[in-house]
Design a protein around this ligand. Sequence first.
Ligand SMILES: C[S@@+](CC[C@H](N)C(=O)[O-])C[C@H]1O[C@@H](n2cnc3c(N)ncnc32)[C@H](O)[C@@H]1O
Length: 497
Amino acid sequence: MQQLTLPFIPPAATQKLTQDSFSHNGVCREQARLELEQRYGHLLQETAVFNRQIVSFQANKTETLHSWIKYREGFSAQLVALLLQEFGIQPDETVLDPFAGSGTTLLTAQMLGIDAVGIELLPHCYLAWEAKTAVFAYDLAELTAMRQRIQTEQPPPVNEPFPHLTITESAFPPENERALMAYTCWFEQMDVSPLTRQLCRATLMSILEEVSYTRKDGQYLRWDGRAAKIIQRNQTRLSQGKKPVKGIHKGKIPAVQDAFLQKFNQILRDIARLQAENGAGGRQELIAGNTLYTLPTLADGRFQAVITSPPYANRYDYTRTYALELAWLGINEDIFRLRQDMLSCTVENKPKLEKLRRFYRSIGREDAFERVTAVWQENAALREINEALQTRQQLGQINNKGILTMIRQYFAEMTFVFAGLYRVCDSGAYVAVINDNVRYAGEVIPVDLLSTNLAEAVGFRPVKIYVLPQRKGNSSQQMGRYGRRALRKSITIWQKP
Ligand SMILES: C[S@@+](CC[C@H](N)C(=O)[O-])C[C@H]1O[C@@H](n2cnc3c(N)ncnc32)[C@H](O)[C@@H]1O
């Protein structure tokens, strides 16, 4: 069995890793959460090897290839490379990422000659990965000619409107909106290879935020005060005697052609460098779909490692943050289905366990469904957390009932994912899951320990819980009411015996 060899780099100043209490003012029972700490506390290890830069997308912003398309929720290639090395993964082996996002795990594996499979629900992530994974296949001469055309020609104007969703209306200055559609249609019709067309589309998608009146900000899109939607809203508010809402100010918004060329130049430089440096790399497959239904269809024991980061239980709605990209791709009504298919991480998610039961029945594995259901239903800490949130709601401290459903569903669905991972992992395979602990109404939810407990119950051996030296703060609302509580951001490591 491979021993984990990551060097221990002590953080500048050590902090206490465990919590003394989980329920602010001792309002709710916390015994089961304290027991989790007793059981797994010895696995917590704070190390400066992992810091916020590499456990977030920050370190990717300057990385060849990974910086092409910004994905705020991503982790860095450096983190994946470290974990692959730590797990001793060799080029003939295969790694899985069931929440692949922009494809960081897959692409890092590719560069190291390791095979990889990912699963991802959102179509803009798929296009981002498709464009990057083809890096060795592009025809540089054709791309260079394309750049020349874009520099010297204007796309013919088109009448086609931007396929807006209600929440994206007026997101672009009118001239940028027209240009976006002109470029979109131009690329569709151009007599170029499918790969060149795909790269142009991905580049155009990558600049949508930059040429818009919006900025991605965790939970929502923030709007510039110059957007027609904000101007109209403020006119209405003023007429009602209300104070106008203050939008952000993004400064000068670049023209589509300028933003496109700047990005395209960077991409072409990366392609030239990577094509000169190395060969084709490992084989890649990204499955466009829902992990809850896709994992059960993958073969037993196929993977030697899993490196992943699910959406956090923090209410962030990816379908809102990436509304511009989804709208541009022509996702209309389907956005509601995507929102509901996401692992339950928002207050809008409706229960999906009945649908999951029907699915397991349809593939003749209802017994597996029952086994997994028993695991999460019988988990003492999860029961305690669900009851604590209910108490807090009865006390009027949680005004959105969706939070209760979200937390209950999140861990139920995660248990299905963990059980699925256990089955598709080879014996000896390591699993790394990056996640944040959260707190609602003064109740701390130790996501890392609880996940480890659920993973152990489906068969994994808990190995280690790396904790980042910098803790996460709380929302100002939580802090005001329940005091400051530093929450861990962790990388949990388990192994299939
Ligand atoms: C934290 S992000 C992963 C980012 C990734 N590590 C990267 O570096 O880009 C979580 C991803 O899980 C995806 N996701 C959420 N629910 C899913 C589901 N049920 N099936 C497949 N993917 C899902 C989200 O769309 C999101 O891209």
